[in-house]
Design a binder for this molecule. Structure first.
Ligand code: ZN
Ligand code: ZN
Ligand code: FE
Length: 752
């Protein structure tokens, strides 16, 4: 019997075709395997139904470590082809474009072993195979073939060529295959002398790190800055080099065992850390490193080695941990070339380059585990550009994303390809990265836009870029409300199509009424939404400045509700500044109204004396979360209201402060209040509107304490709760929601 089998998922560029070949040979199946747009297609003749079942079971169960299968579809073969044996056919033999690119993969255990045993690869730092190595970062064009990657400048030696052409070899069609004889190499200029001996470079780098110096090292998707994480002077100096005040540095530990001594890691966190994607994972710290690594924080972003050079450095060092942070200054994109390294990285003792060009800039990813769910905060290396299944035809849609933590997304077939994390577009260099990445995506994935989507906010640089493109091309532009996009991103990730109760707790986004939204209770599907209720509007004196200066929101709450200003607060902030702010609100000067939940977190953090002025984004809510101690009962508030007021909550907080209750207790009660409000609202939307599912999204759900409380509360009520995982809860997920919503809107009627 002749069957055609389509396998969807992450199956290209991960050694899947040779794997299918091996299973087919072992099972005596004749036919062919090749890549197609959605994955891998097998055309084969099976002796019996049982043989087909057995073959499919083995393909699914024994798949290569990095591969994942989203779906298998079995149909009749087109015609009775005469196959004598089983062959791997070239990509162009099948219909359609091949548009999948695997994310970059951490070096695999077999390769780490090969570099101790294979003569040509002794200690080779750029070893890779079909299961591991660079992918997205080196791809220029498709189909994924060595000639279309930045490896094209390296001619394969005879040894590598033979492996590349041998079906049974682990390096069969491993496009970046290389060895000491033929592949990329590290080099550096040190005190006017060029060093290209790897051993010598390692010794020099380790020596400098040991002396408390910072070095730069070119990685997979960009340069890193490294220093000893236990050396206070070195980490403080690195802050100068980075021009970064207090934002925590990520730390790479020698290995998992060492990491366990410094941080509390759950099974799920270990699995995430140890996965081939190797993200930075935010975990609870047990022992302190140098204080300037993560000043004032109880959590630490940790990761494990993922390039051979990382594995080589640690045994030469006394320290168990290195700060490993992006090679850039301030908010600039990570440097990828020698020129960018020269202009963006200064005052380091050594800059180690390599000559494998990075085509697609891709930073380290950041995740945190809520319950057992890995939730991405920054989606980049190891994740981009893996597609999300949209469950509808998205072809030709281009979504421009938000402004901060920007990503964009394109629709290809029935998938959504989200870009790697781009960053804050207000930074000029980052905006350049944005337009460059968009062009590269379009070229790589043979993408021609037919429908554009952006935020409702006309002044976001992404919205302006979209409007410019629409004006220049005449393509339709759909503007999607920010919080609707947050909700739809989560719906899309989980394949939800029917209306859901959506709770979006966020920093800020423009609403339909021209006000700043961010605490929204909605009934929505992908195309449209109804805003059922929201947090009470409060003045936000100074507009965007209020987000950086939480004391402004604290003062706005007290002023609006006529509550007394606590003596401690007035003493810290200064009577004059408070009075000036009150006059601003009185005269309604530069004081937009906001329903943002993030601003409530800000106000409470300031009242509690945790953070009056932020030195970085979301500092106040993070400090408020970290202060929460234990689980406490919520404060009382009217959760039925259409505009939910936190006045009784703030009043009760002032009372608790008056009584000398500890900050940790008050923070825990505040979080419990938010959680109960969310559950109450969700239940009432479900009952009144007859929906069965709850979606939460928005920047506030980066709050792990809150999210885990909700996961438990919803689980105990047996209500399905969807928490953003692969499309970030913060503005990094917005592009997915915009795309999905714009496509749905153009083909369905609006919800009334
Ligand atoms: Zn490998
Ligand atoms: Zn070679
Ligand atoms: Fe947002």
């Amino acid at each position: 019997m002749h069957r055609r089998i389509y396998i969807r998922g992450l199956v290209q560029g991960v050694g899947f075709r040779p794997f299918v070949y091996r299973i087919a040979m072992e099972e005596g199946v004749r036919g062919a395997v090749g890549n197609y747009t959605g994955g891998v297609v097998i055309d084969a003749v099976f002796p019996s139904e049982g043989a087909l079942d057995r073959f499919l079971r083995r393909v699914c169960d024994e798949r290569p470590p990095v591969a994942s299968i989203d779906g298998v579809e079995v149909g009749q073969g087109p015609q009775a082809a005469a196959y004598d044996t089983f062959v791997i056919s070239r990509s162009k033999d099948w219909d359609g474009d091949v548009t999948q690119v695997a994310p970059d993969i951490a070096v695999c255990p077999e390769c780490l072993n090969d570099r101790r045993t294979q003569a040509r690869r002794m200690g080779y730092p750029f070893i890779n195979c079909t299961h591991c190595g660079p992918r997205f970062s080196i791809v220029r064009d498709l189909p994924y073939d060595r000639g279309r990657t930045t490896m094209s400048v390296f001619g394969m030696c005879d040894g590598c060529r033979e492996e590349y052409e041998t079906v049974s070899d682990r390096r069969f069609h491993a496009q970046p295959v290389a060895c000491n004889d033929c592949g990329p190499a590290y080099y550096a200029l040190y005190r006017g002398v060029r060093i290209s001996d790897y051993g010598e470079l390692l010794g020099l780098a380790a020596g400098l790190l040991g002396q408390g110096e910072a070095i730069a090292l070119k990685g997979v998707g960009g340069y890193h800055l490294l220093c000893d994480a236990l050396d206070g002077k070195a980490t403080a100096a690195l802050r100068e080099i980075k021009a970064r005040d207090t934002k925590p540095f990520a730390v790479m530990f020698r290995d998992m065992e060492t990491l366990r001594a410094w941080a509390a890691v759950s099974k799920a966190e270990e699995a995430c850390l140890d996965s081939w994607r190797r993200p930075i994972v935010i975990v609870n710290q047990l022992r302190s490193l140098a204080p300037s690594v993560n000043p004032g924080m109880k959590t630490l972003g940790v990761m494990l080695p993922y390039m051979p050079v990382h594995y080589d450095l640690f045994p030469m060092l006394d320290t168990p941990a290195l700060v490993v942070t992006s090679g850039n200054r301030g908010d600039m994109p990570v440097a990828v070339s020698e020129e960018e390294a020269a202009s963006r990285i200064a005052n380091v003792a050594l800059v180690v380059h390599h000559n494998r060009e990075i085509h697609n800039r891709v930073d380290d990813s950041v995740a945190q585990v809520c319950g057992t769910l890995p939730c991405l905060i920054r989606r980049a290396r190891g994740y981009a550009p893996e597609p999300l299944t949209a469950g509808m035809d998205t072809d030709g849609a281009l979504a421009f994303g938000a402004e901060e933590a920007n990503t964009f997304a394109i629709g290809k077939g029935d998938t959504i390809l989200q870009s790697q994390h781009i960053g804050d577009l207000k930074n000029w260099e980052t905006f350049g990265f944005y337009t460059e990445a968009m062009e590269r995506f379009a070229k790589l994935f043979r993408f021609t836009p037919r429908l554009l989507a952006c935020d409702l906010h006309p002044d976001y640089l992404s919205s302006r870029h979209a409007a410019d493109m629409s004006a220049a091309t005449g393509l339709p532009l759909v503007r999607v409300q920010h919080h609707h996009a947050h909700a739809v991103a989560c719906m899309t990730e989980y394949g939800l199509h029917r209306p859901v109760a959506a709770i979006v707790m966020d920093g800020s986004g423009l609403g339909d009424d021209g006000r700043v939204w961010g605490g929204e209770f909605m009934l929505c599907d992908r195309a449209s939404y109804r805003r059922l209720s929201h947090l009470e509007y409060l003045p936000m004196p100074g507009g965007d400045r209020a987000a950086l200066e939480p004391w402004r929101m604290a003062a706005a709450c007290l002023y609006t509700w006529g509550l007394p200003f606590p003596a401690g607060f007035t003493a810290r902030v200064g009577r004059e500044r408070i009075e000036r702010l009150c006059r601003m609100m009185e005269r309604d000067v530069c004081t937009p109204l906001t329903s943002s939940a993030g601003r409530i977190f800000d106000a409470v953090a300031s009242l509690l004396g945790l953070c009056d002025t932020s030195s970085r984004r979301a500092e106040a809510p993070v400090l408020l979360e970290q202060a929460a101690a234990g689980v406490e009962r919520p404060y009382v508030l009217d959760t039925e209201a259409e505009a939910v007021s936190f006045r009784p909550v703030v009043e009760a907080i002032l009372e608790d402060m008056e009584c000398g209750m500890p900050v940790g207790y008050i923070s825990a009660r505040f979080h419990a209040t938010m959680a109960h409000l969310i559950v109450d609202k969700a239940v009432s939307v479900m009952e009144r509107e007859g929906v069965g599912e709850v979606v939460v999204s928005g920047g506030c759900f980066q709050n792990k304490y809150l999210t885990e409380m909700l996961q438990e509360m919803f689980a105990s009520r047996s209500i399905p709760l969807y928490v953003p995982s692969r499309a970030p809860a913060n503005d990094g997920g917005i592009s997915v929601g915009q795309l999905s919503s714009a496509v749905s809107r153009t083909r369905t009627t609006r919800m009334e």
